[in-house]
Ligand binder design. Structure first.
Ligand SMILES: Nc1nc2c(ncn2[C@@H]2O[C@H](COP(=O)(O)OP(=O)(O)OP(=O)(O)O)[C@@H](O)[C@H]2O)c(=O)[nH]1
Ligand SMILES: [Mg+2]
Length: 368
């Protein structure tokens, strides 16, 4: 029988924790394939949460309590994972809120997805069948839906719909591998970091719908402003797509700057200035992408890897130039040439950026 550990982080959840633990036991008792343990990671609650858990431990032999300092949700999870590995050595770990927002009856559905081959199952509020509470205020809805959209588009990983969900089943190998990366994220952003790491390490991700219920007891621990800032910063610093777009912008400045120097200051022929500047921008883009945007898949340090890929990069870049040239000309013919710069911006944002990002990922910085 495979072992799974459900980690329940708690801070002042005395009003809910007993019902959560009872609910989990009821929900999983039918299952024959998994030996299920629970670790409550309590960060020094002052409302009697620990006393309730200690009483329940007498009834449930597979329930444990880990007492920690209050250092944020991410820290609590990391400590919970470590205890799980040391004491139980499970095949699978669940993350689950302890405030009754997550329905224990979904646990078997998560397990089924794992049995079918998933490595990382997310309980999603944003796929068909999933939901957020209807009575959430407009601010909270916008915050939750908006944050997920920013993350999805920021990483250009549209198929994962719920990045911030705290109801998940993750295979232990992923958590072990991810620990050095995520251990610095002590707050809620930890959830985004571990999922990003799992995707970059080719974990098989799957989602099941969950209906998120509002907490009935106790108070929210989330600090929204801190959470938004940390999450956006994380996406900004870790997204290949955003780095790739910035590299494009740097390339544009280099291209324009060198052209200007050659054509205006040195009075060279226009084609000479244009050729030198665009090729310099291509070379700089190639290396910035290799060592920064796509650093996690950078090319082998050999001429035989660099040369053909550099040629492909030139072909893709020439394609961009061709698309722009033809596109801006055609649009000008149809709509008049006055707004040529607008056509150019639209083409770059909606065609050139996606076109080159997809081709780079497919042909140059491939998944290894
Ligand atoms: N151990 C520990 N648990 C925490 C900490 N912060 C939050 N939690 C727990 O993590 C879970 C999720 O936190 P919540 O405050 O419910 O956050 P949320 O679900 O995003 O927001 P609401 O449900 O609206 O309050 C709950 O079980 C909390 O008790 C912490 O610093 N340490
Ligand atoms: Mg909650």
């Amino acid at each position: 029988m495979r072992k799974a550990v459900i980690i329940l982080p708690t801070y002042n959840e005395a009003g809910a924790i007993e019902q959560v633990i009872n609910g989990i036991h009821e929900a999983v008792q039918e299952n024959k394939n998994w030996e299920i343990h629970i670790i409550v990671v309590d960060s020094n609650s002052q409302d009697g949460t620990q006393e309730i858990v200690l009483r329940l431990i007498k009834k449930f032999p597979r329930l444990q309590l880990l007492q920690t300092k209050r250092e944020g949700l991410g820290r609590a999870y990391i400590q919970g994972f470590q205890t799980a590995f040391e004491k139980i050595n499970p095949y699978l770990i669940f993350e689950m809120d302890a405030d009754l927002s997550h329905d224990p009856n979904k646990i078997l559905e998560f397990l089924k997805k794992i049995e079918e081959g998933a490595d990382f199952v997310i309980g999603s509020r944003y796929i068909k069948g999933g939901s957020i509470p209807k009575d959430w205020g407009i601010h909270r809805k916008i915050f939750s839906v908006g944050a997920n959209l920013v993350i999805r588009f920021g990483f250009m990983k549209l198929r994962v719909t719920d990045w911030t969900s705290g109801f998940r089943a993750i295979k232990s190998w992923i958590i072990k591998k991810a620990t050095p990366h995520v251990k610095n994220y002590s707050g809620y952003v930890f959830q985004v970091a571990i999922l990003d790491f799992a995707i970059k390490n080719k974990a098989h991700i799957n989602e099941i719908p969950i209906q998120f219920r509002d907490r009935v007891h106790g108070e929210s621990k989330i600090n929204s402003i801190q959470y938004i800032v940390q999450t956006f910063l994380y996406v900004f610093l870790n997204s290949s797509f955003i780095k790739f777009a910035l590299v494009g912008l740097i390339g544009f400045v280099i291209d324009f700057g060198i052209s200007y120097i050659f054509i205006e200051n040195l009075k060279s022929a226009v084609w000479v200035g244009t050729f030198i500047s665009s090729e310099t921008a291509i070379v700089s883009n190639f290396f910035l992408n290799n060592f920064w945007s796509f650093a996690h898949k950078k090319l082998d340090h050999k001429l035989s890897a660099y040369l053909p890929n550099f040629i492909k990069f030139n072909v893709v870049s020439s394609g961009s130039i061709l698309i722009q040239t033809i596109g801006v000309q055609l649009a000008s013919n149809f709509f008049g040439r006055k707004l040529w710069y607008l056509y150019k911006v639209i083409l770059i944002v909606f065609i050139i950026i996606p076109y080159s990002y997809v081709l780079y990922n497919k042909f140059i910085w491939k998944e290894k």
